[in-house]
Design a protein around this ligand. Structure first.
Ligand SMILES: *Cc1c(COP(=O)(O)O)cnc(C)c1O
Length: 435
């Protein structure tokens, strides 16, 4: 058990000046938040001096942990040269060249400061390009907090409706019905049902937005036939296919689109491509991206942003990508496989009904043996999610940080010994998790 009295005091101060003492829902914990002081390698030290292995890397954004000399050096140099300017810098060209080289479907790019804004702009692009008002997304999938994009992210059995016509469920209270009416919700991985819904809405759809391995819907990979259907049907109905690679870009040198063999019209990026600094990007076909082009006067989609393409994010992103070699991806895959073997043994030793989903450097731990395929199937796991949250708390006390929903992200800063230490912490934490 790690002691955290200084965090308790900080949280008392935080509660005075922030609602619930919190400014980021995803990091909230009770009875009080534990505050980070610094990171090094794959470890994080809290304000009381406790070290933990960081097995979530700021919710998947830190693929090199805290240890990349190249990123630190690039950032240090940029601090000396100036943090941001009311002029473009060469660094934005360099990062774009690297991303276009890796993602064959991305011919041109624009930058934002978050994945949320990247998704928002991709939807605006699709509407402007097609002249249509609606888009479709998968039930339960997280795409940031733009209100149409967060539709049905918090759908529940009493609100989600029939599987062949899922209800557009608001996430934030007060979301206008007009917003919800323009979002068509489809079930992830249910090829026949999703196809019928898309064809029925056909000529009103600007785009289909999809993440090939949505974390909040279970971190289950998309079935090949589901993705092939989305590509075929979007072409036939004249809608764009938007692949949200804000997380999944970290699955391989050519992103998830390379790993899954899918060819989207637009791709949204974020997280790892900023090397730890805030970032988002929209990329895709040249003719589609031309809606941003200002050379002939006011573009179809005006897009600015005070800190868009700020050089800190650009140079750190370039450095992060330089370190993301094919060898680095092979290492991350190896760490993932090592974890799978270790955690499988661990579940057996403790007689626990557990399973792990994910690919590459991403994993999600589930405490149930229900077969997971889509968002609704995660609810068939009964109190599994509650027990995962309890397991995450026990792991935190045993010196390992994972997300409360069981999400884990491995980094190039990790060694095989680190994975063994993570598994050893599961070994100690599982018996302390209520059955
Ligand atoms: C994190 C995430 C976003 C939002 O990115 P932010 O930078 O947090 O706004 C969008 N889509 C997916 C798939 C994400 O994981």
């Amino acid at each position: 058990m790690l002691e955290t009295p200084k965090s308790a005091l900080l949280y008392d101060r935080a509660r005075q000046v922030m609602p619930g003492g919190n400014t980021r829902h995803t990091v909230f914990r009770q009875p009080y938040q534990v505050y980070a002081a610094r990171g090094h390698g794959c470890r994080i030290t809290d304000v009381d001096g406790n070290d933990r292995i960081d097995a979530v890397g700021n919710f998947t954004a830190l693929i090199h942990g805290y240890g990349s000399d190249r990123i630190r050096e690039a950032a240090r140099r940029q601090i000396e040269d100036g943090l941001c300017f009311g002029m473009p810098t060469e660094s934005e060209i360099r990062l774009s060249e690297m991303l276009c080289e890796r993602l064959p479907t991305v011919e041109q790019l624009r930058y934002t400061n978050s994945g949320t804004e990247a998704v928002m702009n991709a939807i605006k692009v699709a509407r402007a390009f097609t002249g249509r008002p609606k888009f479709a997304k998968c039930e339960g999938a997280y795409h940031g907090t733009y209100d149409p994009a967060e539709t049905s992210q918090e759908a529940r059995p009493d609100t989600w409706g029939e599987i062949d016509s899922p209800v557009s469920v608001p996430t934030a209270k007060g979301t206008p019905q007009g917003v919800l009416d323009d979002v068509v919700v489809i079930p992830f991985n249910n090829t026949a049902v999703a196809e019928a819904i898309l064809r029925a809405k056909g000529n009103s759809l600007a785009a289909v937005l999809v993440d090939v391995m949505p974390n909040r819907a279970g971190l289950v990979p998309a079935r090949p036939e589901f993705l092939q259907m989305l590509r075929r049907v979007t072409r036939e109905i004249g809608a764009l296919l938007i692949l949200d690679e804000v997380i999944t870009f970290r699955l391989g040198y050519n992103g998830a689109q390379g790993r899954f063999g899918v060819e989207p019209d637009l791709t949204t990026l974020g997280k790892v491509i900023g090397g730890g600094f805030p970032i988002g990007a929209i990329g895709g076909r040249r003719d589609v991206m031309s809606v941003f082009d200002p050379t002939a006067g006011s573009p179809a989609v005006p897009h600015g942003g005070t800190f868009s393409a700020n050089p800190m994010s650009m140079v750190a992103g370039v450095a992060a990508l330089e370190d993301l070699t094919p060898e680095a991806f092979a290492w991350l895959d190896r760490l993932g496989a090592l974890f799978d073997a270790g955690i499988g043994d661990c579940f057996r030793r403790h007689g626990v009904n557990g399973q792990v989903t994910g690919l590459g450097s991403l994993r999600r731990v589930h405490l149930s043996s229900v077969e997971l395929s889509d968002f609704r199937s995660t609810f068939a796991a009964g109190d599994g999610p509650k027990r995962v949250a309890a397991l995450a708390r026990a792991l935190f006390d045993e010196g390992v940080l994972i997300a409360a929903n069981g999400l884990m992200a491995f980094s190039t800063a990790m060694t095989e010994q680190d994975i063994q230490q993570i598994v050893a912490a599961f070994d100690r934490a599982l018996p302390r998790t209520p059955a």
